[in-house]
Every structure is written in structure tokens, then in C-alpha cells.
Design a protein around this ligand. Structure first.
Ligand SMILES: Cc1cc2nc3c(=O)[nH]c(=O)nc-3n(C[C@H](O)[C@H](O)[C@H](O)COP(=O)(O)O)c2cc1C
Length: 377
């Protein structure tokens, strides 16, 4: 075969492969994790990202993730076993890799500011002396149970943990909010990076709050291409992505997948409280704010009375995780009383796109179908 014909045939094959990859939207991230769709369900701690949701997303062809950061060791073992029973496909476990330490030095002042909420909920102030930190055990359990993927928020795994994960063949994802954090994550050896834009629901993933007291707040559209330019590992876009237009846009910016949180809160398999789901369905793009009032760490939530009244009281929140520990009884009682005014309603800014409850698989089919149509136009 002459060299010219060989080159023509080779490029034809590449074109066919390229078109078929485009049609299937198979990206580097799909190949890295062994998934069929470039969609990662965010591991949302605090209840929504259940074993049932993670399994449903993985079974449908994406990467489902357990929101495990607040799980006690036994609960984590049980949830991982449940996902493994429900699906043979890859899934992730999300944990916090935070360096922040407890600081209850202003506890009395903060408890005074919280007293009106407890009065209205008819609950007593609990005794608090420390926050539970299960992160080391959570990592060890992931290792011992050989989960396919570990993802972290608020920082990076310790060096020895990264090495242990690599030795065990576990893939590691870190969520970042700036180019500098992305570079640190790449140097530490992560396999992929979630670039979390400021539209995102939930906590800002910013590593150092000493450097950025309110969390870095770069939008997804700006953050993703700048991180793509700065690193040589796949980038996953997160923040405000809720439909096929968001997925197509993220791929155009150079991302190799998206991580979606808020939209999955309305999946039928999610553990989201019904009152929270109702607020999501009724709220719009202008009704979220970034607040420290629930946890001491900046996080995006639907505005409610708790945020307004705690902020108006003028008392600074304790640092994370202490403030999160101090407000827990209020959030728990509010959930038990169906009172969405005192619950942490974490949500991103694309709220008008998040209004219909449906099975996770249907959401993913819709997102994929619409992204494919846009990219093939
Ligand atoms: C309810 C909720 C809880 C979240 N909890 C976590 C978490 O535990 N760990 C984490 O890495 N990210 C968490 N996030 C952030 C997501 O990883 C992601 O950055 C965000 O959901 C993307 O923006 P979107 O909500 O607009 O899709 C959470 C987001 C939401 C909405």
C-alpha cells in the first residue's frame, strides 16, 4: 500500500472514530473511569446522594457518587455495599479533605444568635464540645472496600493516601475553584479535576479560606478553559450545569465531562427532603446566595429566613466544621418539622432548569440527547 493511500485510510478511520465519539460523546473521562456518558453526579453530603442515587446514575452510564462526608464508618460500609449490590458499574465516594480544625472559642456568642431559631422550633440547646471527624476512617474504608473512584472537596488527599489509592488502582478526583488549586491537584497526582465555578450549589470547594475568606468565586465559563489550559489531566466542569446546553458548552470549553449536583436533587432516587425539593422547583436564578451561616464555610443556598435572620443578627459564624456542628440540631429539627425556612437548601444558580422530578436515568438521557443534537448541528 502506498504511503498516500495509507495516510488517507488512516485519516478516514480517525474521522469515523471522531464522529462516532462525537455521537456517543465518549470523552477522555469516560475512558478513564470506564463510563459511557460524560456525566458525574456530585457526591452531595447530608442526605441527597444516597446509595440508590449513585447506583441509578452509574447503572444509566454515568459516574454515580456517594455523598459520604458526614457518614459514620458503619454507615459508609453499608452504603458502599448497597451500591455494589445494585450495580456492577464504576462509582465514586466523595469525602472532605479539609485541613480546618475545630474552634469553639466564640461558642456562647453564636449560641445566643441561634437561640431564637431553637425557641421557634421548640428544641433545647445541645451540649457541644467537638466535631466528629471521620475522614481518615472514611478513606481507609474506601481503600479496604476497593471503591473504583474517590473524590475530594476542600483539599487534597495526604501524600500517603494518594500513594495508597494509586497502589490499589483507585482513581482520584479533586474539586478545585482556581487555577492555582488545579495545579496543586495535578502535582499531587490526581487523575482528574472538577473545576467548580461560582454558580455551583453547596460549599465552595476552595482549599484555603485564609487566602479566600468567602471562597474563590470565579464563574464556570471563565474557570473551565483557564484550568484546561493550565493542566494536562482531564477537567470536569461543575457549577450551573443542568441540561444538554450546559453539557455541550462545557465540552466546547475543553472540559471532558460535567459534574452535576442541583439537578440530581430532584432525581426520584435522591434522598432530598420533600420540602427542599419543593423550594428548588419554585425558586429562580436570583434566589440563591453564598452564606457561611449554616456551616462556617461559604456555600450557595436558596435564601431563607435562617440565612437572613442569622446574618442580620450580626454575629460571625464559627469556622467550619465547628459552626456546622453547632447548627446541626436546628437543621435536623427543621427537617423533621418540614420547615424549609431553617434548613440548608444548597442549590446552584440554574434553578429554573431544575423543576421536574424524574428518574435519574431519564434526566441523563435528556441531557445527553440534547447535547448530542446541539453538537451535531
Ligand atoms: C446539595 C448539595 C450538596 C453538595 N455536597 C457536596 C459534597 O459533599 N462534596 C462535594 O465535593 N461537593 C458537594 N457539592 C457541590 C458539587 O460537587 C458541585 O460542585 C455542584 O453541585 C455543581 O453545581 P450545580 O449544583 O449547579 O450542579 C454539593 C452540591 C449540592 C447542590
Amino acid at each position: 500500500m502506498s504511503k498516500v493511500i495509507w495516510v488517507i485510510l488512516k485519516s478516514k478511520q480517525q474521522i469515523i472514530e471522531g464522529v462516532s465519539n462525537l455521537l456517543s460523546l465518549e470523552t477522555e473521562v469516560c475512558r478513564l473511569f470506564g463510563i459511557e456518558m460524560p456525566i458525574i453526579q456530585a457526591g452531595m453530603a447530608g442526605g441527597p446522594a444516597t446509595a440508590e442515587l449513585a447506583a441509578a446514575v452509574s447503572e444509566a452510564g454515568g459516574l454515580g457518587t456517594l455523598g459520604a462526608a458526614y457518614f459514620e464508618p458503619d454507615a459508609l460500609r453499608k452504603a458502599i455495599a448497597e451500591v455494589k449490590t445494585a450495580t456492577q458499574k464504576p462509582f465514586g465516594v466523595n469525602i472532605f479533605a479539609s485541613k480546618e480544625k475545630d474552634d469553639f472559642s466564640r461558642l456562647e456568642e453564636v449560641q445566643q444568635a441561634l437561640a431564637p431559631f431553637r425557641k421557634e422550633l421548640k428544641i433545647n440547646e445541645p451540649d457541644i464540645s467537638s466535631s466528629a471527624d471521620w475522614s481518615r476512617q472514611q478513606f481507609d474504608i474506601c481503600l479496604e472496600m476497593a471503591v473504583p473512584v474517590i473524590s475530594t472537596a476542600f483539599g487534597l488527599l495526604a501524600e500517603e493516601q494518594m500513594q495508597a489509592a494509586k497502589l490499589a488502582g483507585i482513581k482520584v478526583i479533586a474539586m478545585v475553584t482556581t487555577v492555582e488549586e488545579a495545579e496543586l491537584a495535578e502535582q499531587a497526582g490526581v487523575d482528574a479535576i472538577v473545576a467548580q465555578g461560582s454558580e455551583a450549589g453547596g460549599h465552595r470547594g476552595t482549599f484555603s479560606l485564609a487566602q479566600h475568606p468567602d471562597g474563590a468565586q470565579v464563574g464556570t465559563m471563565s474557570l473551565v478553559p483557564q484550568i484546561v489550559d493550565a493542566v494536562n489531566i482531564p477537567v470536569i466542569a461543575a457549577g450551573g450545569i443542568a441540561d444538554g446546553r450546559g453539557l455541550a458548552a462545557a465540552l466546547a470549553l475543553g472540559a471532558a465531562a460535567v459534574q452535576i449536583g442541583t439537578r440530581f436533587l430532584l432525581a426520584e432516587e435522591a434522598g432530598t427532603h420533600p420540602a427542599y425539593q419543593q423550594r428548588l422547583a419554585e425558586s429562580n436564578e436570583d434566589e440563591t446566595t453564598i452564606t457561611k451561616s449554616f456551616s462556617g464555610r461559604p456555600a450557595r443556598a436558596v435564601k431563607n429566613r435562617f440565612i437572613k435572620e442569622f446574618e442580620e443578627a450580626g454575629t460571625r459564624a464559627l469556622p467550619f466544621p465547628s459552626h456546622n456542628t453547632v447548627t446541626r440540631d436546628i437543621r435536623t429539627a427543621a427537617a423533621a418539622q418540614n420547615n424549609s425556612e431553617f434548613m440548608s437548601l444548597w442549590a446552584g444558580q440554574s434553578l429554573r432548569l431544575v423543576n421536574k422530578k424524574m428518574p435519574a436515568a431519564q434526566m441523563m438521557q435528556e441531557i445527553m440527547g440534547s447535547a448530542r443534537a446541539i453538537l451535531m448541528e
